[in-house]
Design a protein around this ligand. Sequence first.
Ligand code: FES
Length: 264
Amino acid sequence: MFRIRNKEKLAKDITRIIVEAPVIAKEVKAGQFAMVVIDEKSERIPLTLADWNKVEGTITFIFQEVGFTTKKLGQLNIGDYIQHILGPLGHATEIKNFGTVVCIGGGVGVAEVYPVSHAFKQAGNRVTGIIGARSKDLLILEKEMREVCDELFITTDDGSYGRKGFPTDAMKELFSVIEKSTHTKYPDLVYCIGPVPMMKAVSALTKDYNIKTIVSLNPIMVDATGMCGSCRCTVAGITLFGCVDGPEFDGLQVDFDELERRLR
Ligand code: FES
């Protein structure tokens, strides 16, 4: 049983909970996730480990209340218990000093790009963050991202905050500035997590510039042990499983059309 120590509403339908889970907190690395089962009648859902505190023995989940189970999770309060949390799962992000890294997060994906941006910064990279949401009231973790990024660009679909448009638009703008500049160079790595159309568009753009691109995929998961095959996706023409081979893959090689179809 895992006790909820803290709960906070970050935006409309987006909630952050801090949960006591010392064993997971001790082991987790940026980029990993956990399977959560609220109680004996609940389905299993994958949630990214958005933060952790090894001293306090806590882990953080940030989730959007979009379906039956995430809504049920959102109804739990401080002091309530989650029955099972299995993790950390998946391969951790490869963290090293690449040079310059652009970290892009869209929607609730910002919660997932935050620990990775933090880890890249700690490894000595220059980190440019681009985060986006549909509107200002849905934007999360701006303050946290500012703390770990050397520069941060914000986009909203409706223009209510930051630049009007999508994170891809901010990235295009960034690239056109670099193109005209004599002293800045293209990033050594682009890391992207968010809605599939966004990851697809980012990867299509970086492909033109031949920039190494890592995306963290969100296929449907059931068992998260590599047995059921529900999370399969095609990368470089090979069938791989999001839960045990991922969740991160080479964005330039992912079959996003198939992923979109399977998520539908
Ligand atoms: Fe079943 Fe990945 S979730 S194989």
